[in-house]
Write a protein that binds this ligand. Structure first.
Ligand code: DQA
Length: 146
């Protein structure tokens, strides 16, 4: 089983940006958590981060050709307005989980709307970095129940 984890703009700044919102752990710490999870679960987890919309779309299209089994995506601020990332996600027919570290629904109004969540299988928000690990479990469960 192969799962792609995509992180959008500013998520490489974890541990630097707004620590009271996103926590003090950095992006490398998140990569370590995912590496450990992959080992425990006996699956392959690929990771990708970009601050550029087009690069995220290119990576999602590559995932289609690579035939990944599931996608976890935190599109960062693109969540709220990128119809292009939404369309790229809609093209790929695998379980897709949208993750937000913070509880976007409890924050500014512009963060309440996700244009990408409707084309995902589900959304996890507000559970910190743990959300990514829960998303991995969700995809494993969805695929096993198939
Ligand atoms: C975020 C929430 C977004 O609103 C914000 O723009 C981010 C991070 C989160 O993980 O909580 O960059 O996606």
């Amino acid at each position: 089983m192969r799962i792609l984890v995509v992180n959008g703009p500013n998520l490489n700044f974890l541990g630097i940006r707004e620590k009271s919102v996103y926590g003090a752990k950095d992006y490398n710490y998140l990569l370590g958590l995912l590496e450990e999870k992959a080992k425990q679960a006996g699956i392959v987890i690929e990771t990708f981060q970009s601050n550029c919309e087009g690069e995220i779309i290119d990576r999602l299209q590559k995932a289609y050709y690579d035939k990944v089994d599931g996608i976890i995506i935190n599109p960062g601020a693109y969540t709220h307005y990128s119809f292009a990332i939404r369309d790229a996600l809609a093209s790929i027919d695998v379980p897709k989980i949208e993750v937000h570290i913070s509880n976007v629904h409890a924050r500014e109004e512009f963060r309440h709307k996700s244009v990408t969540a409707p084309v995902c299988t589900g959304q996890i928000a507000g559970l910190g970095l743990q959300g990514y690990l829960l998303a991995v479990d969700a995809i494993i469960n969805i695929l096993q129940d198939k």
